[in-house]
Design a protein around this ligand. Structure first.
Ligand code: MG
Length: 369
């Protein structure tokens, strides 16, 4: 089987409400998503999506995905999409780095491989059933009262795990946010305080050693070294996210005792192949993981839910579904959706979500025949 054509679409995905990231770094109102379809000479086609979470969250941006395809797509034409390790090696030697560009190509190859094998992706990743996994809300930063109102709204939709964004300019308000939210949380609910790297190590140690709450704290500081420094001086379990770019970062985090868990995001790591390597390592060392993508429609969300559903319960916390923050749904009726706080991956072979050219409109690029 050979890849014969790669078709690329761009779509703006407007957010239902402007999103404020911790640390006052930005407010954004739309995401720039790229959809691809890989066609093969045997009639099978696979879909992928790359949708960075704005352009200030990670070294990734929407137009960069399409620019990278100009180099990567021609190299993949003629390759067997089922040779995932070879496909990833070829992408890495053709364009070192730039993991977010490779992720949708890897995703579409997995979709084809699953279809060729007659297996859904959760089974390809080692799962034994289309397991319903917990989904978590994402609570934009604000006053403690505003954030609690958002948590109440999310709870009404079935969410029992919440990711509350903190890390503002005023440390006192962060302390208030943590104490107010932690103590008001409904029974059976969990919260992670996501600092999105806004604190210096000194602030992190001061805040976390002054609050009573012992909930998870995510990415307190910019770098892995700084987070490891904090982890050794506080009692809260630490989750790492933005500073984890490749397998070595995870190995280092384990060696440095920097965290008790990580966010596994295929688009940040370079695709499902590399996300699965990290997931498997995390299971080996006993980490607890949130498995979700960086952003995008229900197509990208569903790919991550396949990986989450194949992860042992003890190592899986929850998964965030970006598409509930969007006012546009380019794959209506398809994929893993929130059903009272749970999402279930499709049972059909492959990814189980297909883009619709009638909805996506004219392609922005076509590589191959
Ligand atoms: Mg995070």
């Amino acid at each position: 089987m050979k890849i014969k054509r790669i078709t690329v679409w761009q779509r703006d995905l407007p957010l239902t409400e402007p999103y404020y990231l911790s640390g006052g770094r930005l407010k954004f109102e739309r995401l720039d998503s790229t959809f691809i379809r890989i066609d093969t000479d045997e009639g099978l086609s696979g879909w992928g999506e790359a949708c960075p979470w704005g352009h200030t969250y990670l070294p990734a941006h929407g137009p960069g995905v399409r620019a990278g395809f100009e180099i990567l797509a021609p190299a993949l034409i003629g390759q067997d999409p089922r040779g995932l390790e070879s496909i990833n090696h070829l992408m890495d030697v053709t364009l070192p780095g730039h993991p977010y560009i490779k992720s949708p190509l890897d995703m579409a190859c997995w979709d084809i491989t699953g279809q060729a094998a007659g297996m859904p992706l959760w089974m390809m990743f080692g799962g034994d059933e289309a397991k319903a996994v917990d989904v978590n809300s994402s609570i934009s930063t604000g006053t403690p009262e505003e954030m609690l109102a958002l948590i109440e709204k999310a709870s009404a939709k079935g969410y029992r795990t919440h990711s509350a964004k903190i890390g503002g300019d005023d440390v006192k308000i962060d302390i208030e946010r943590i104490e107010a939210i932690s103590s008001a949380l409904p029974a059976g609910h969990q919260v992670t305080f996501d600092v999105n790297r806004a604190w210096t190590p000194g602030v992190a140690v001061a805040v976390l050693n002054s609050v009573k709450a012992r909930d998870w704290v995510e990415q307190p500081c910019e770098t892995l070294d700084q987070c490891a420094h904090v982890a050794s001086r506080v009692q809260n379990p630490i989750m790492l996210d933005e500073c984890m770019h490749n397998f070595s970062d995870h190995l280092n985090a384990w060696s440095m005792k920097a965290c008790e868990g990580v966010k596994v995001k295929p688009n940040r790591l370079g695709g499902l192949t590399k996300a699965k390597q990290v997931r498997d390592f995390g299971v080996s060392v006993g980490w607890q993981m949130h498995i979700e993508d960086l952003g995008g429609s229900a197509l990208a969300d569903t790919a991550a839910i396949h990986l989450a559903a194949s992860t042992p319960d003890a190592n899986r916390l929850a998964s965030w579904l970006c598409h509930y923050h969007l006012s546009d749904d380019p794959v209506p009726g398809q994929g893993a959706r929130n059903q009272n706080g749970k999402a279930t991956p499709p049972a059909m072979p492959g990814l189980g979500v297909k883009g619709d050219p009638d909805i996506l409109g004219d392609p922005v690029a076509i590589y191959g025949d």
